[in-house]
Design a protein around this ligand. Structure first.
Ligand code: BGC
Length: 717
């Protein structure tokens, strides 16, 4: 067992509120060191230094888990950092602990193991011999930012107090660490019409600004962060709601380079206030931080706006994958909303390797799950009274299944299977005659077919809930079969749900009675119709009649698939390529660099959707990325041979694009697909990794191949 389990929780005797503190300890090593390691974690977020050198590169360690039951600790090799006399200093700020009100307070636990060549070993534990001083970081808050006083020195450090607290929640690092990924230079320094001095980094992103400053002693320079400017070109922060996102730096007359260590912001622009120092571009860098997930997917085509949309999807993922898949990184939420995560996971899993990232989040999901199987709206949960919305809580089933499909991860199905069953059983016990018609649900959140008051969606909530009841049950059955279990009980349940669904929501011709795009898309994609073609025809009519999409969070991911899988390829491309509002490309034409929360976060006349809920970095609608990979480029997973062991290539082309190419790095190697339309021909190229097989669907019929690169030509009819 790791030494950390024998160590002590320590805290400061003062009530720290939002101040950061530094725990420190001098220690000696008595012999020739062959190995030294630091095992450490905190309630709050920490950054450790040994002899003035940063330990590791984990930003906002130890990350965010269900702190009531699970807290990750990290193990760092510090052999190269220590000598005979040593000093360890650990800064601890509140971080995500701010969500836990009074039931948890900032604390540290650590153990330093030193192995000597004599075979002896020293272990240094956190205890009351560690001292605690107030940090120069006088205030630090995930939503509000920092106040840093460069001149401050705590003249009266105290000794740490041992905190009597359970260590059962300590677990080894399970997820990916959060790291600094890249530094963006200043794109433009400018004055707004209101006279503010601002900097544009050219990209909406998540992280913080590193800046150089040398102000007069006592002077407080301020940096404000914003995602966008308003229609007059002024700095706009109303959409942050109560999150201040500001860095206040109190100067001491000397030069400094500063960046926050316990907070992060979502921004593209900054505004400088009280900046007596000369404002030079080389003094400011925007540092992008996110979980250390490896990029796996690439997509490119002949339409520059689509390429920009794809780039915005990638940036949306970077900005919202900070240990937890969040809704947005800027306003006073930044929470692991389950619905957003499930609609985006398929795209996310192709863009980047998120296997470990989601395994950890799913462990939190099951540890937050209620005894009756209900699933909180956000994971880690905040103990809200409300929970278990359809389409949100279904994350419990959809996310593990996606990890199985994309990565062939059978282990996660075993790990999550109880949680998956509990969720389906929860729905079963809250349904009546196989219709899920109870509870409170977000329904087709932010769809465009609401009534005038915006409070009632045209797709009935019960239809959506019952559709998800069916979908989750169907995935649970598949997962159970993969694990070799008898799923007959759920097979019977599934046929009962489908029968009830058809009776309640479809007419005798197989058309969806509510007559909405989302109603049709869910019916088709979740295989609920006895006559898929009838529902697809209806969907095609609905889209072509109004000329655009009307779907919200739940209908959007399936809309294009429901059309293209049933012969309406052109209509699907019409939606993808449309530039006017509402569409994916509308935001691109308005200058977006990330995916917006609303189809019209910024309206054509330059006004904002609202101040109350208007994020410019919300990945949910970026779920269309999956269609770009799997239909436009035609790279598909075979669920009977997941992880791309067997690939199904089935690109569907459109004359408005002259080429498409995409690649996905799988554990077997790179899968590639491309096509180009030229002189009456479509030329295709497919690459299959050596350990894989593939079925290539072009020119009618399928060709079965093993590893290699294959080229085909087909005449355009
Ligand atoms: C979040 C969403 C989330 C929703 C629930 C919002 O405030 O930002 O993305 O899914 O609440 O409907």
């Amino acid at each position: 067992m790791k030494s950390i389990y024998n160590s002590n929780w320590i805290e400061s005797e003062h009530d720290l509120a939002d101040k950061a503190v530094v725990f420190s300890k001098e220690f000696t090593a008595n012999g020739n060191i062959i190995h030294a390691e630091l095992q450490i974690t905190s309630f709050g977020v920490y950054e450790a230094h040994v002899n003035g050198k940063r330990v590791g590169d984990f930003i906002l360690a130890p990350g965010w888990t269900n702190y009531r039951k699970r807290l990750q600790f990290q193990t760092y090799d510090i052999t190269g950092l220590i000598g005979c006399s040593n000093l360890i200093e650990v800064s601890v700020g509140k971080g995500w602990l701010m969500h836990y009100k009074d039931d948890l307070s900032a604390a540290l636990i650590a153990a330093i193991e030193i192995d000597y060549d004599s075979g002896e070993k020293d272990v240094i534990f956190t205890d009351e011999s560690w001292s605690v001083s107030l940090s120069k970081i006088q205030y630090s808050n995930i939503y509000n930012g920092d106040i840093y006083d460069a001149a401050f020195v705590d003249e009266r450090p105290t000794f740490a107090v041992i905190k009597n607290m359970d260590k059962k929640m300590l677990i080894e690092q399970q997820g990916e660490k959060i790291v600094e990924v890249e530094k963006l230079p200043v794109k433009k320094i400018f004055s707004t019409p209101q006279g503010d001095i601002c900097i544009d980094f050219g990209q909406n992103m998540t992280g913080y600004v590193e800046f150089k400053i040398c102000g007069k002693k006592g002077e407080e320079a301020v940096i404000y962060h914003a995602e966008t400017l308003d229609s007059d070109g002024n700095f706009y922060t109303a959409n942050l709601r109560s999150a201040k996102q500001e860095i206040r730096f109190i100067c001491d007359g000397r030069p400094h380079t500063y960046k926050p260590i316990h907070s992060f912001q979502g921004f593209r622009y900054i505004k400088l206030e009280n900046w007596s120092d000369e404002i030079k571009a080389e003094n400011f860098k925007a540092i992008v931080v996110h979980s250390d997930i490896k990029r796996t997917g690439y997509f490119m085509c002949s339409d520059e706006l689509i390429n920009k949309l794809y780039s915005n999807i990638i940036w949306g993922q970077k900005g919202n994958f900070l240990d937890v898949p969040t809704d947005c990184p800027q306003r006073d939420e930044r929470l692991g909303w389950t619905g957003d995560a499930q609609v985006f996971i398929r795209t996310a899993s192709l863009n980047f390797d998120v296997n470990k990232f989601f395994e950890k989040w799913l462990s939190d999901l099951s540890s937050c799950q209620n005894a009756d199987g209900g699933v909180p709206h956000v994971i880690p949960d905040l103990q809200w009274k409300d929970d278990s919305s359809s389409g949100w809580a279904d994350s419990a089933v959809i996310c593990p299944w996606q990890l199985y499909l994309t990565y062939g991860n059978k282990k996660v199905l075993a790990q999550q299977f109880d949680s998956m069953c509990k969720w389906v059983n929860y729905i079963r016990s809250h349904s009546n005659n196989f219709l899920w018609d109870t509870g409170r649900h977000f329904a087709d959140w932010l769809c465009l077919d609401e009534n005038d008051k915006g409070d009632k969606h045209a797709t009935p909530v019960e239809l959506i809930s019952t559709a998800y009841f069916s979908y989750s049950t169907s995935l649970l059955i598949k997962a159970g079969r993969v694990l070799g279990l008898d799923m007959s009980e759920y097979e019977t349940l599934l046929s009962n749900i489908k029968r009830a669904f058809r009776k309640a929501y479809l007419d005798k011709d197989g058309r969806v009675i509510c007559n909405t795009q989302t109603g049709c898309a869910l019916t088709i994609y979740f295989d609920l119709s006895s006559d898929k073609q009838a529902a697809a025809r209806q969907l095609n009519e609905l889209v072509t009649e109004c000329g655009h999409l009307k779907t919200g969070f739940l209908g959007t991911p399936y809309l294009l698939h429901a059309l293209s899988e049933n012969g309406y390829v052109k209509t699907a491309y019409d939606l993808l390529l449309r530039r006017e509002y509402p569409s994916w490309l509308y935001s691109v034409t308005m200058g977006a660099t990330t995916v917006w929360e609303h189809w019209d976060s910024l309206k054509p006349d330059g006004t904002m959707w609202s101040t109350s809920m208007n994020s410019f970095n919300h990945y949910a609608y970026g779920a269309v990325g999956d269609w770009m990979y799997s239909v436009a480029a035609g790279i598909n997973i075979d669920e009977n041979s997941p992880g791309f062991k067997h690939i199904i290539f089935k690109p569907l082309t459109d004359k408005r694009l002259s080429f498409v190419k995409a690649s996905i790095l799988t554990k077997y190697g790179e899968v590639k697909s491309s096509w180009q339309r030229e002189g009456g021909l479509v030329k295709y190229s497919f690459t299959v990794p050596a350990a894989c097989t593939a079925a290539i669907h072009v020119g009618g019929g399928a060709k079965f191949v093993s590893g290699g690169t294959y080229e085909f030509k087909e005449e355009i009819k």
